[in-house]
Write a protein that binds this ligand. Structure first.
Ligand SMILES: Cc1cc2nc3c(=O)[nH]c(=O)nc-3n(C[C@H](O)[C@H](O)[C@H](O)COP(=O)(O)O)c2cc1C
Length: 207
């Protein structure tokens, strides 16, 4: 199977927020609007992500729709770190709605959702949820997954449903946290522009 074909599927970029004892959240690209009269959406979340178990328990979550002005550090925190050992909301602007954290930094709008059901899809769970509230924050352009990949040069980690193990030229160095590819030698003080990892995380990968 040529998995490169999946690169032709289009998505948006989102940060999901949820709360049990503490605020948790992660980047997703897998939101789909399923109905419009009483709006229902679905999101797909890896079973190993902390956010997955919190959504199952709380049965509620927020979705912030990311815009093109977002600081890449916010994606690095929410997309590559675990809420188990990081308070991801510590350095961002957010508000609590229905006792759910809602990221405001870098978001043009948000949804508040109540889980109706979920379906086991092997590595992930597909959560189906009713949208109970929405808010427009600003008129910035919503970010597409293509913009994240091609303009911001962003990558997706292995837990993202869209992860692809790209072949990389032998002269390139690959970040072992986020998969960012740097062409040529890595200076000692190099910091990954996507996830903030230091030079020790860059490994030469044979094609
Ligand atoms: C661009 C991008 C897209 C992602 N899409 C998804 C997704 O749709 N579903 C998912 O479960 N994880 C996705 N991830 C991975 C999670 O954001 C990541 O595993 C995160 O560290 C989980 O955090 P948590 O353990 O605090 O929940 C994506 C990450 C990035 C950077």
């Amino acid at each position: 199977m040529d998995k490169n074909v999946f690169k032709d599927v289009n998505y948006g970029m989102y940060i999901v927020g949820a709360k049990n004892k503490k605020n948790v959240g992660c980047v997703i690209n897998t939101l789909t609007q399923l109905t419009s009269v009483n709006p229902i959406i679905s999101i797909c979340v890896n079973k190993d992500n902390c956010t997955n178990s919190v959504i199952k328990e709380a049965k509620k979550f927020s979705v912030s729709i990311l815009d093109e002005q977002i600081n890449p550090n916010v994606i690095a925190t929410f997309g590559f770190k675990s809420s188990n050992d990081t308070d991801k909301f510590a350095d961002v602007e957010y508000e609590m709605v229905e006792n759910i954290p809602v990221l405001l930094t870098g978001a043009c709008s948000y949804l508040i959702c109540e889980v109706i059901d979920y379906i086991d899809v092997e590595t992930h769970d597909l959560f189906i949820a009713k949208v109970i509230a929405t808010k427009k924050i600003n008129n910035n352009v919503p970010m597409t997954y293509k913009y994240y990949q091609e303009t911001m040069k962003g990558k997706a980690p292995q837990k993202a449903p869209t992860y692809v193990d790209d072949n990389v030229s032998k002269d390139n160095f690959v970040c072992d946290i986020c998969g960012y590819v740097h062409e040529g030698p890595i200076p000692d003080d190099f910091v990954c522009p996507i996830c903030g990892a230091d030079a020790s995380h860059f490994k030469k990968k044979e094609a």
